[in-house]
Design a protein around this ligand. Sequence first.
Ligand SMILES: NC(=O)c1ccc[n+]([C@@H]2O[C@H](COP(=O)([O-])OP(=O)(O)OC[C@H]3O[C@@H](n4cnc5c(N)ncnc54)[C@H](O)[C@@H]3O)[C@@H](O)[C@H]2O)c1
Length: 361
Amino acid sequence: MSAPLRVGVVGVGWAGQQHIKAYAALDGVELLGIAGLEEAERTALAAEHGIEHDVARWEDLLALDGLEAVSVAVPTFLHAPIAIAALERGLHVLSEKPIALNGTEAATMVDAARAAGRVLDVAFNHRRRGDIQRLKAAIDEGRLGQTYYAKAWWLRRTGIPTIGSWFTQSNLAGGGPLVDIGVHVLDYALFLLGNPAVRSVSASTYDLLGRNGFGSSPEDNTKSGGGNADAKFDVEDLATVFMRLEGGGTLLVEASWAAHRADGDQFGVTLYGTEGGAELIVDDYAPVGSLKLFGDDAGTATAQRLRAGVGGAHPAVVAEFVDTVRSGDWAGRDGSAAAQLARIVDACYESAAAEREINIS
Ligand SMILES: NC(=O)c1ccc[n+]([C@@H]2O[C@H](COP(=O)([O-])OP(=O)(O)OC[C@H]3O[C@@H](n4cnc5c(N)ncnc54)[C@H](O)[C@@H]3O)[C@@H](O)[C@H]2O)c1
């Protein structure tokens, strides 16, 4: 039996807790320490999972003797500094999405991973869902033929993660729903389409509801700084993007935290191909969404419901990161795919500001 892999987690909010639980459930992993500003959460998590060190400052976590890998689950503006410091100490890093505030910062993280010869993974848990994986398998079996158009969305009526929290401040978050939930949508949509390069984007962003105080999540008042009347909101509450893809296909992405639409939270995707179409709709974080394939049988429309399992989420992301680190086969695990998504998101914001299509080289 080899020695356990000694890991740490920075951040004890929702995301950090997913990483902590996932590591704690894995054999051959020792959760050496956690860091976060909330002392009560930290000590409770440390007691629950038998974690030796719980510290406030991320710098103190990275300095722990014997630490080999770290998850970074903190506000987005801290991803790059913490990940780069960790990589420079020779640690492997699993960062939360989005990889960084923007593509330029993301590139510095990729450079640091390559220079250190260490793994830099980014948590894109939604593509691990069973319904998305089932749809991908159907596409790979050729059931849709050549896919040429997709529309993918994540829309909330009142789901701003607390007006005034770090999420609604562009210098801390990098943007609003496009960079927060839209980046998941972009990740799973491009995955389903076979990862074509995005050639150009034409985007619009709006902030008309959030900046007037409408749309803060009723269930979510836990984010720091939220809830006060003068709260800062300088990000979008809705983004729409039309993307031209390598090979001639196109993709429409919509992401909202606030919009006068049906109540609740919904994400999904529709795809059109030469042999068939598909639709996946996930309402209110259902573990398995409604997945249908459409086609034509000698002139008659066909619709088939596909069954899917729950699939993986953070536990799958964390387990794969641990397996990769242990395998010693780190080629290509340098965060560059997530950095490319960050460049695409940058181009979307540039397009929205300039009110024109932006080419991506
Ligand atoms: N993959 C997903 O599905 C998913 C879901 C939610 C959030 N996220 C991402 O996870 C990250 C964190 O989001 P969250 O919702 O958990 O945020 P949060 O505000 O609930 O928690 C942030 C945590 O970071 C800690 N922190 C802040 N500054 C720190 C510092 N200087 N040193 C140590 N700890 C510090 C806070 O104490 C807190 O524990 C974000 O990048 C977000 O985009 C991903």
